[in-house]
Structures are given as C-alpha cells and as structure tokens.
Write a protein that binds this ligand. Structure first.
Ligand code: FAD
Ligand code: NAI
Length: 468
C-alpha cells in the first residue's frame, strides 16, 4: 500500500548501498535533502566493501606478508624459521576488516540522517519505490544497483570448485592447482593471493594479452613479472567445458580461433571474465527505463535516465566498473539534484591492479593515441635506476608517460612497479589540471622516493632524463 505520511516521503531514494549509492545518499543528505537508501544485503557497502575491493585487498596484504616471510626477508638479513600459514586466521582477519568497514557506513548513515530501508527495492512507478509491502515516495530515484559476475556457457559456478571472485575470497584451503578463466584484474589479483599462499596458478585468457585494455608495453612487462613469480599463462585460449567432481575440475581448453582441444585438471577454477550490470527485480521494464545493448541503464551526461526523476550511477551504467568512479558519480549526481553543477572527468579516472608490483594507469594508452592519430612523445624510466626501489629490493617495472607532441600536455600515464597505485595520484592530478610533462619534470620530488621515477619519466619526455 502507498504510504503518503511524511515519514515515508523522501527527496531522494537511492537503491543500492555500494560506493555509488551510499556516497550519493550521504552527499544528498549533507546538501539538506531528506534521503533514504534501500539495501537488500544484510550489511551496507555493496560489492566493494563486502565481496570486492576491501576483502580482496585484505587477502592481498596478508598473502604479501606471508610471501615476504617465506621468500623475501632472508635477502634483508631477516631470518625467519618455521613460517606457517594459518589460513583460518587470515580469513577471520579479512572478515574483521570487512565488518569494521561496513559498520563504518552504518555510522555515517546515522550521522547524516540517511534512512536505511532494509530489503529489495522496486520502482513501481516514477516517484514510487516499494520495499516489501510498503511503497515509499521520492522526488528523485537513484539506481545504484551495481554489477554481478559474467557467466560463461559450459562453466557452471558452484562457489566451491568453480567459483566467482566471491567464492575465491572464501576458500578454506590452498588449492593445489588454481585455474583462472580471464586474465583481467580479478584473475590477476586473486591469482596472486593463492599463488603466494602456495597454489600453482594457470591463467587462461581469450585475447593475446593479459589486462588487454591497458597499455600493451605495460601488460607485456607485467606478464613477464608474473611469470617469474610462477604464474603460467595460456593466452589466445578459450575454455569450452568445465566439469566439477568431488576432488576438482576437468577443463577443456582450445585455441581461441578454434583447433585441437586439450584437457586440464584443476583443484579450483575461478571464473573472472568481466562483470555485467545488475538490474534484476528493479521493475525497469514496467516503468520504461531504457537499457543499452549491454544491459546497462542508459543515462545522459548528468546520470538522468529517459524517465524523468529516475537517475543511475556506478557499475550499472556505462564506464569503468570501479568504486572510485561510482563514488565520484554519486557526489556529482547529488550536487546536480541540489541544483549545483556536478561533473566527473572521465579522462582522469585511475585504474589500479593491487598485485606486487602494482599496475596503475590514467588517461590514454599508446595504442589509443595511435588509433586516434594523435602525435605524441613518450618518456620512460625504469625502477632499476631509482634509488628507493633498489633500497626496497623492488626494481621490477617502469613509468611510462605519453604527452602531446605539439603542446607537451600529458595524455596518459602508465606504471608497473612498486606502490604504482599510490604514486599515480600525482599524475591523476596533473592530467586533471591539464599539466604538461614539463610541469611534472620541474616539480621538486622528495629523495629518495619512488615518485622520482615519475619526475625522470617526465624529464625523458623532453629527452633529458638525468639518471639513465
Ligand atoms: P555495488 O557495490 O555493486 O553495490 C550495489 C548494491 O546494490 C549491492 O549491495 C546490492 O545488494 C544492492 N542492490 C542491488 N539491487 C538491489 C535492489 N533491487 N534493492 C536493494 N538493493 C539492491 N573497484 C575498485 O575501484 N578498486 C578495487 O580494488 C576493486 N576490487 C574489486 C574486487 C572484486 C573481487 C570485485 C568483484 C570488484 C572490485 N572492484 C574494485 C569493483 C567495485 O567493487 C565496483 O566498481 C563497485 O562496488 C561499484 O559500486 P556500485 O555502488 O555501483 O555497486
Ligand atoms: P576484466 O574485464 O578486468 O577482465 C576479464 C578478462 O577476461 C579480460 O582480459 C577478457 O579478455 C577475458 N575474457 C573474456 N571472456 C573470456 C573467455 N570466454 N575466456 C577467457 N578469457 C575471457 O574483468 P574481471 O577481472 O572479471 O573484473 C570485473 C570488474 O571488476 C572489472 O571491470 C574491474 O574494473 C573491477 N575490478 C577492479 C579491481 C581494481 O580496481 N583493482 C579489482 C577487481 C575487479
């Protein structure tokens, strides 16, 4: 039944409490609007906090510590004997990290007076959202329902032997052979976790490169680094069948273009071939909200759908499926709804792969510049020539900057190397502010720091690197 009482009427109802939705709700409340956020999961924070960014980074950090203790510390003269893995404790720590984060969002909702409507939200008409038996009224509805793992024909997920990222984050034993279908971000991050803990990892990638949307020189170097860490890659290969039994999985693989099949046995298979927009049960058909050819909610540049009063942000709309992209959209949309000017610069959204070393990128790749016929200059600098990287014993990788040949404006920045995801921030700011390579080159960088590799790459754009 529709309840028109003031208690159930809101300025904004956000559906989905992931980084897009919860941030949008908080910003709208800060701007004086009466806001509710509908979430069907038992905890707030969406994919990111519950089954994505945060638990994966907790396991990446823990497994990195384990790998350091087992392999790397001796080189520093730190002799550790009898190192043992307590996977149950590692998983429990991960759960504690997630628990603290999701409770943090609950606290922020209380602080900002955002009402959490618990249950599944359905848009029953423009301006009306049902949750269970109750229909709530809203001047503005924001769809922030996120995404889900993409299925693959012939590969049935049971989250035990054949898992998505969700199951791969919950394994209670280290698999002997961990086979990953998809050489993208999830496959390489979670492959790294289990490789460090002792699994043999094989990555099966359909295309001829891992991280195929990244700058090719970066992804090729990264592939070689991971191969040194023990990863096996089967590029240009597809999985045609996977059958789980009590002890493992039988896979059939063949060349992507067709050809002779080959059998592969795995203990656990991770299916990570991308994610797709999640709109099930939202009632979009009945209210006439248009989707694009990939099932994403279609919006204009200000996140408005074709139905007045209904907006959409985050993984459920076009663009990179990243938590910080969803957050930026959440803030910008809340500001638009408050009558302000909200904007997100698509050209300055960084992407990071949190492996060791890390991979980080912002702006355009060399392949994109070539395809667009843009004349550019390249500046590169290897971490082998960076004093701090040498002190750390982490010299794999390099910084690569791409600048407009005529104006010197930075167009793209790509790093594979230690702390790449942290040091890229300077280049995101530079691109956001329209800086030239020379601006970065003439900025004083602390010594000895990993960021000096960025300064040197910027100097290299002008052919005047100092330390190589
Ligand atoms: P989501 O976080 O997916 O949230 C949507 C929420 O809506 C969910 O909680 C869902 O339960 C809820 N919902 C859906 N339908 C309804 C409904 N009808 N009613 C009520 N509630 C509903 N991104 C990064 O930037 N960095 C990373 O390191 C990173 N690591 C990742 C690791 C993994 C393993 C995965 C899977 C993803 C990772 N991502 C990472 C991607 C990131 O998680 C997403 O880009 C981000 O969560 C998208 O935010 P969102 O708010 O659009 O949607
Ligand atoms: P992805 O798009 O990063 O990679 C999928 C890979 O699978 C691609 O290399 C693709 O060519 C390959 N592929 C597609 N079909 C295939 C097939 N049939 N057989 C073999 N390979 C196939 O997707 P992924 O890794 O599943 O991640 C999903 C999303 O989650 C990404 O968009 C990513 O942005 C986000 N994410 C972000 C993280 C981060 O920012 N650090 C971490 C984890 C996920």
């Amino acid at each position: 039944m529709t309840d028109n009482s003031a208690a159930n009427a809101f300025d904004v109802i956000v559906i989905g409490a992931g980084p897009g939705g919860y941030v949008c709700a908080i910003r709208a409340a800060q701007l004086g609007m009466k806001v509710a956020c509908v979430e069907k999961r038992a905890t707030l924070g969406g994919t990111c906090l519950n089954i994505g960014c945060i638990p994966s980074k907790a396991l990446l950090h823990s497994s990195e510590n384990y790998a350091a203790a087992t392999h790397d510390l001796a080189a520093h003269g730190v002799m550790v004997e009898g190192v043992k893995l307590d996977l149950a404790r590692m998983q429990a720590r991960k759960a504690e990290v997630v628990g603290a984060n999701v409770k943090g969002v609950e606290f922020l909702f209380r602080k900002n007076k955002v009402s959490w409507l618990k249950g599944e939200g359905r848009i029953v008409a423009p301006g009306k959202v049902s949750v269970g038996e109750t229909v709530y009224e809203a001047k503005h509805i924001v769809i922030a329902t996120g995404s889900e793992s993409m299925p693959l024909k012939g590969v049935e997920v049971d989250e035990k032997r054949i898992v998505t990222s969700t199951g791969a984050l919950e394994l209670d034993a280290v698999p002997g052979h961990f086979v990953v279908i998809g050489g993208g971000v999830i496959g390489l991050e979670l492959g790294s976790v289990w490789a460090r803990l002792g699994a043999k990892v094989t990555v099966i990638e359909f295309l001829d490169s891992i991280l195929p949307t990244m700058d090719r020189e970066i992804s090729r170097t990264f592939e070689r680094i991971l191969a040194k860490q023990g990863f096996s890659f089967r590029l240009g290969t597809k999985v045609t069948a996977a059958k789980a039994d009590a002890t493992g999985v039988d896979l059939t693989i063949e060349p992507a273009g067709g050809g002779k099949g080959e059998a592969l046995r795995a203990d656990v298979v991770l299916l990570a071939i991308g994610r797709r927009a999640y709109t099930a049960g939202l009632g979009l058909d009945s209210v006439g909200v248009a989707l694009d050819e990939r099932g994403r909610v279609k919006t204009d540049a200000h996140w408005a759908t074709n139905v007045p009063g209904i907006h959409a942000i985050g993984d459920v709309v076009a663009g990179p499926m990243l938590a910080h992209k969803a957050e930026e959209e959440g803030v910008a949309l809340a500001e638009c709804l408050a009558g302000q000017a909200g904007h997100v610069n698509e050209a300055a959204i960084p992407g990071v792969v949190y492996t060791w070393p890390e991979v980080a990128a912002v702006g355009r790749t060399e392949e994109q510049l070539k395809a667009d016929g843009v004349a550019y200059t390249v500046g590169k600098f290897p971490f082998t020539a960076n004093g701090r990287a040498r002190a750390m014993g982490s010299m794999d990788g390099f910084v690569k900057l791409l600048a407009d040949k005529r104006t010197d404006r930075l167009l793209g920045a790509h790093i594979v190397g230690p702390e790449a995801g942290t040091i890229i921030a300077e280049l995101v700011t530079a691109i956001e502010f329209g800086a030239s390579a020379e601006d970065v080159a003439r900025t004083c960088h602390a010594h000895p720091s990993l960021s000096e590799a960025i300064k040197e790459a910027a100097l290299a754009v002008g052919g005047r690197a100092l330390h190589i």
